[in-house]
Design a protein around this ligand. Structure first.
Ligand SMILES: Nc1ncnc2c1ncn2[C@@H]1O[C@H](COP(=O)(O)OP(=O)(O)O)[C@@H](O)[C@H]1O
Ligand SMILES: [Mg+2]
Length: 356
């Protein structure tokens, strides 16, 4: 989707991917096929491009650092590296002065007891590296859960986090240019199912103060990290309107997909503008929006009906097999500005998708 946005601006897109059938190749003008950490591949790739960015986090941060010696890489490899490791990520969030849920690093079995003693129960163990869509997470609700942990199967290193009794999950997409100026998109409210984002609503139905706090916090972090490009900042809104940052994603983010049909400049174009050193005007949101993810084969089976239903904007990613739990695409629904209905109204408008 970043490649499509870049092409719309007249830029040509060259993809580096280890997969000869990667979906991005369907919308790019050229490619280097090879490993993300192979120095020869990276050199060939660098020679073919003016500037490097990424849309996907499971790539080699060391590879990005090598690319940085040859071409500008935006966002920088060190920002990807910190987002890939929850321990470093949490330390960086705290260093930037942001509030996060109480946590402890967990390198071995004994650290779990320390975490339980300091954080109490319930808590969540999360693998420090490689987790996404709720994968690599273990909830410990009780002493029984603790006793039943299969220590041999736990993906150390991990973090232990207190479970936040949140009122809402929010996210902000913040983009920052090479000149240091930031743009944010409307604060988004996110609902998950089985650890996977299911529904995003924009703007989040929060007070102006909370929305302003969320945007300010995202910009504070973008500045602290010296970000160039776009970043998703996930946060929990507590019942007393405090905002705790959950995690960051230094790339276009699933919770920003609604911008594709509700803003003149969507998150992908803003990202491309930031990394290509182009002007970054206000995104000009002209509508309220809801985004429903299409996950796995059941959702894909509804595509013929979605195509026939008025008011649903379908976006498919060109992935070949619809395995259960795999994000295959999403649907955007648009409402007049200020007219976002409640969850029941949205379920109505979702038509065939409401059952998912
Ligand atoms: N500390 C927490 N308290 C309550 N819910 C949490 C906590 N951490 C994660 N969750 C829930 O699990 C979801 C996925 O966790 P997250 O840390 O965002 O990992 P990822 O998105 O990388 O899988 C969150 O969006 C939230 O719904
Ligand atoms: Mg998340």
């Amino acid at each position: 989707m970043s490649a499509v946005a870049a092409q719309r601006l007249g830029l040509r897109v060259h993809i580096l991917t280890p997969e000869a059938d990667a979906p991005a190749l369907q919308v790019a003008s050229s490619a280097t096929i090879g490993a993300y950490d192979d120095p020869d591949v990276l050199r060939r790739f660098a020679e073919a491009v003016d500037v490097v960015t990424f849309e996907f986090e499971n790539i080699s941060a060391e590879g990005l650092e090598l690319l940085e010696t040859m071409r500008p890489v935006r966002p920088a490899g060190r920002i990807l590296a910190l987002s890939q490791d929850r321990i470093i990520e949490k330390q960086s969030l705290e260093a930037a002065g942001l509030r996060i849920a109480p946590w402890k690093p967990v390198h071995e079995e004994a650290d779990i007891d320390t975490a339980v003693a300091t954080l109490g129960l319930p808590l969540i163990l999360k693998s420090a590296r490689g987790g996404y869509d709720g994968k690599g997470q273990f909830r410990i609700r009780s002493a029984d859960d603790l006793a039943c942990l299969d220590h041999g199967a736990l993906p150390y290193p991990m973090v232990a986090e207190a479970v936040v009794d949140f009122a809402r999950e929010l996210s902000v997409m913040v983009a920052r240019g090479t000149d240091g100026n930031c743009r944010t998109f409307a604060v988004t409210e996110n609902h998950h199912a089985n650890g996977i984002l299911d529904l995003s609503l924009a703007p989040a139905q929060v007070t102006n103060d909370v929305a302003a706090d969320a945007a300010a916090l995202a910009m504070q972090l973008a500045v602290a990290l010296d970000l160039v490009g776009i970043m998703g900042v996930e946060m929990f809104q507590t019942s007393d309107d405090a905002l705790l940052v959950n995690e960051i994603a230094p790339r276009p983010h699933n919770s920003g997909h609604w911008t594709m049909n509700a803003c003149l400049i969507d998150q992908f174009e803003m990202h491309v503008r930031a990394v290509a050193n182009l002007p970054m005007p206000d995104p000009s949101r002209f509508a309220d929006a809801a985004m429903k993810n299409l996950v796995g084969p059941d959702a894909m089976a509804l595509c013929p009906e979605i195509l026939q239903t008025e008011g649903l904007a379908l976006h498919l990613y060109g992935k070949d097999s619809a395995r259960p739990g795999r994000k295959m695409g999403h649907v955007n629904l648009i409402f007049p500005k200020g007219g976002l209905p409640g969850l029941f109204g949205i379920a109505d408008a979702l038509g065939p998708l409401a059952a998912l």
